[in-house]
Structure formats: structure tokens, C-alpha cells
Design a binder for this molecule. Structure first.
Ligand code: FNR
Length: 381
């Protein structure tokens, strides 16, 4: 279908589903166990109602913001998601091209299907990225990658340390689809070898997720991992996969005690792909507001998971998120039409954000806050 006939993210996903391989669909679509967290991620936004105000001049709505001190024209960013070339040869570089006119940040997966150098090679001037790290059992491999990222300071502005997947989960759609086709993608794994990810693991019957997991460390701790990481990067650290107010509090405390390390957390349950029945980011946002609101003043709080509409994004911002990420949406955009499909996806979301703000009587992001939100349906003691 022509991209301009796709009007929302469900249309984009349906178009991509009809075009990508079965294997690709199974890997992107899948989540853990019963997909409960995956569906709740989106449903949680639906449980929150907006409180629009009227009689406000909303001729314009300004969505510009700053992330980690960088000026951006939208609070929307691309979450790190592996293997974009499964969907389309444009891959991660196509995502960069697709978002280039929106002023959004792109987080690049440790398991990207192109190297970090290839991804930024044709990026628009001023396009900023973060690089996501799965710490490897062989720490030297991670250190080599961090050194490579450090050589591209004009593009890579943060290291995203993912914490919510210390062991592989059960993604049954992915496993059922098996590993029947060799991935024709270059691996950006820390060796930097351009070798198919399939060569990483001999078991050819497991899903892509398990194949990619090979080599990931399970022994990360506050005490050991952060000092190690700070020794090997000077970039701001973003902790991804925080799911409780306790861990958000510890991150903010660490940031206060060790300036120049943690600058942001991403509240995320990995798109429901790690621990099933773990909470949607919105619930964690509400917890932090209730038990340790000072976190919002100490570090930036970003969220991802289940975003389908501009209203979802605006709700998260009203509850204190500084930025909102999309994972599958960018991949489905790619599957629906390469870089142009990503552009269409961002056009839809950006348009919906602006419409929502105007309908609510908010002229810029600084005006957003809990006064626009009715959370009584989700709030519990
Ligand atoms: C992911 N995600 C992810 N996260 C991460 O830190 N490193 C990774 O390599 C990946 N890989 C990955 C692959 C695919 C196919 C998906 C769908 C997701 C999780 C991702 O960053 C993000 O947390 C979720 O995708 C957000 O949920 P939505 O937007 O997909 O609902």
C-alpha cells in the first residue's frame, strides 16, 4: 500500500507484517511467555484519561526539548532494537534517514545489523545517537566497542546500559519460527567481525533472541559494573530497564554521588520481551511520583513500551517523562517501506503529539504536567 494511505501505527504494522519474512515477523512481534506485559504496556495508556483545557491560543504547539543537554525538536526517540535489516536492507541507517527531519534521537542496539560506523556514515548533520551496551562475559569485547564509539563523539552522545535482560526469556513465537534462514546481516557484535549472527551459536533451532544473547553477562551489579563502565567511557550513562521506584531511587542516588556517570534512566520492560507480568513504564512513573519524586530533579527519566498514539506520548510526558521511545514502531515502519516507512511512522506520531497538545491547551512541553491527567483508574495504594 502507498505509505500515505497508512494512517496510524496499526496500519504500519499490518503493512509491514504482509511484507516481511515470517522469521522477521516472529522476532519483532514476539514477547515473553503470554505477552501479558506487551499488551498491558499499551493498555496502561488507555487507562489514563486526559483533562483538556479550553480557551487557550493553540495556533502553534512547540514540541522541542533537551535531552542530556542536546536540543531536539521532539521528545520522541528510537529505542534500541536489534536486527533492523531483517525487515529491510535500509536497516539502522534507514531508521536514521527516516527520522532525520524530526530532530529525534536514535538509540542503536548492541545487536544492530550494521556496525555503529555504518549507521552514522550518512546521517544528517546534527543527528544524534546513543549506543546500547549488553555487557559481555568477555569484558575486553565490550571495552573494544566502547573505544570504537568514543571515536565518533559528534554522533554518539550516550551509552545505554540495558539491565532488564540478564538471561534470555521465553519468546515462543520467535522459537517456533526457529532459525530456518541464515541472517544475511553483518553483525555489530563487539568483535566487530562482519560475520552472520548465525555463526555465533551452534544451536540452529532456537529463536533469534537466544542466538543474539550468546555471550551476554549475567553478573552486573551497582558496585562493580558502573565503576568499570565509567573507566571505559566518558559519555553520559543511561540505565535501561528500570522497573521499580527503588531502582530509580538507587540510580538517582548513584548519580548524585558520582557526577558525570548516570544521567538518565529508561523505565522499560523491554517491550514485554523480558520478564512477563513486569510493569508498564507508566506504572513505574506513578510509583516514582509517589515515593521518590526527587528522582525527576536529579536525572532524566525516559520511558518506552506500548506507544501507539501521540496521546500515549503526551500522557507519559505529563507524568514526568522527559522523552518517550518507540521500538517496534520504527521496525514496522522499516518493514512497511524502508526509510520512507520510518519517516511516515514519525510523521504520524509527531502529528498526533501536536494535535493532542493543541486539543489539551498546551503550547509547549514545559506546560505539560499532572493537571492534564486523570490517573484514578490506574492508581492504587
Ligand atoms: C528490542 N529491545 C531491545 N532493547 C535493548 O536494550 N537492546 C536490544 O538489542 C533490543 N532489541 C530489541 C529487538 C526487538 C525486535 C524489539 C521489538 C525490542 C527493546 C526496545 O529497546 C524497547 O524497550 C521496546 O521495543 C519498547 O517497546 P515497543 O515500543 O516495542 O512496544
Amino acid at each position: 500500500p502507498a505509505l500515505d494511505t497508512l494512517l496510524n501505527l496499526d496500519d504500519i504494522e499490518a503493512a509491514a507484517t504482509s511484507q516481511v519474512s515470517k522469521k522477521c515477523w516472529a522476532y519483532y512481534y514476539s514477547a515473553s511467555d503470554d505477552l501479558f506485559s506487551k499488551s498491558l504496556n499499551n493498555h496502561a495508556y488507555r487507562s489514563i484519561l486526559l483533562r483538556p483545557r479550553v480557551f487557550v491560543d493553540v495556533t502553534r504547539a512547540d514540541t522541542s526539548t533537551t535531552l542530556l543537554g542536546h536540543r531536539l525538536s521532539t521528545p520522541l526517540y528510537v529505542s534500541p532494537a536489534a536486527m533492523a535489516r531483517l525487515a529491510h536492507p535500509d536497516g539502522e541507517a534507514g531508521i536514521a534517514r527516516g527520522i532525520s527531519r524530526f530532530g529525534a534521537m536514535q538509540l542503536v542496539s548492541h545487536n544492530a545489523s550494521m556496525t555503529p560506523e555504518q549507521i552514522v556514515a550518512d546521517a544528517a548533520p546534527g543527528q544524534i545517537f546513543g549506543w546500547q551496551l549488553y555487557v559481555q562475559t568477555n569484558r575486553a569485547k565490550s571495552e573494544t566497542m566502547l573505544a570504537r564509539i568514543a571515536r565518533m563523539p559528534e554522533h554518539y552522545k550516550c551509552i545505554v546500559l540495558t539491565l532488564d535482560a540478564p538471561v534470555p526469556s521465553k519468546r515462543e513465537d520467535d522459537e517456533r519460527a526457529g532459525f530456518e534462514t541464515r541472517l544475511v546481516v553483518e553483525s555489530a557484535k563487539p568483535t566487530g567481525d562482519a560475520q552472520p549472527a548465525a555463526a555465533k551459536k551452534p544451536d540452529t533451532n532456537s529463536g533469534v533472541g537466544k542466538q543474539l544473547f550468546f555471550g551476554t553477562a549475567a553478573d552486573l551489579t551497582w558496585e562493580t559494573t558502573l565503576p568499570w563502565l565509567a573507566k571505559h567511557t566518558t559519555l553520559p550513562i543511561v540505565l535501561k530497564g528500570i522497573q521499580t521506584h527503588e531502582d530509580a531511587y538507587l540510580a538517582a542516588r548513584y548519580a548524585r554521588q558520582h557526577p558525570g556517570t548516570i544521567r538518565a534512566v529508561i523505565l522499560s520492560n523491554h517491550g514485554g520481551r523480558s520478564l512477563d507480568t513486569s510493569p508498564p513504564a507508566v506504572h513505574t512513573l506513578l510509583e516514582i511520583r509517589k515515593y521518590c519524586p526527587e528522582v525527576f530533579d536529579t536525572i532524566e527519566v525516559w520511558v518506552d513500551g506500548g506507544v501507539k498514539r501521540g496521546t500515549d506520548i503526551v500522557k507519559a510526558l505529563c507524568l514526568g517523562a522527559k522523552a518517550v521511545g518507540v521500538g517496534r514502531a520504527a521496525l514496522w515502519g522499516l518493514g512497511a517501506g524502508g526509510w520512507k516507512g520510518v519517516e511516515r511512522t514519525f510523521e504520524i506520531l509527531q502529528g498526533e503529539i501536536e494535535t493532542c497538545m493543541k486539543m489539551m491547551g498546551a503550547k509547549d512541553l514545559s506546560e505539560l504536567g499532572p493537571r492534564f491527567i486523570n490517573t484514578s483508574i490506574v492508581e492504587r495504594d
